[in-house]
Design a protein. Sequence first.
Length: 116
Amino acid sequence: MGARDIYMVDLSQYPLLASDSASNKPKGLSILRGMVANQKGKGIEGAHITVIDSSGAKTSLQTSSEGRYYITLKGNATYKVKADAKGYKSTTQTIRLPQSALGTYSMEQNFELEKD
């Protein structure tokens, strides 16, 4: 209890496991990844990342024990990404996430948080 949790993810809108991968490659998906760190460059575990798309829909996640995050989003779109953690000032950046015609585009965006 508490050491291992089970999660369920609905991938019905994403043809990631298509049987004919040549013709059914996932299109329009991009990866946003990075790190949330303090001013000394040390990753902040459990920092909150909130991603808001142009329609106002929000997606939230937390950083790993090393302060890293990873999220798959629709490419060719603009997002507001907010990073915050307890004891730190939050920061928000507007990010234009491209997409690749050849595969999945991956972009790294790091955040540095100042102490309150």
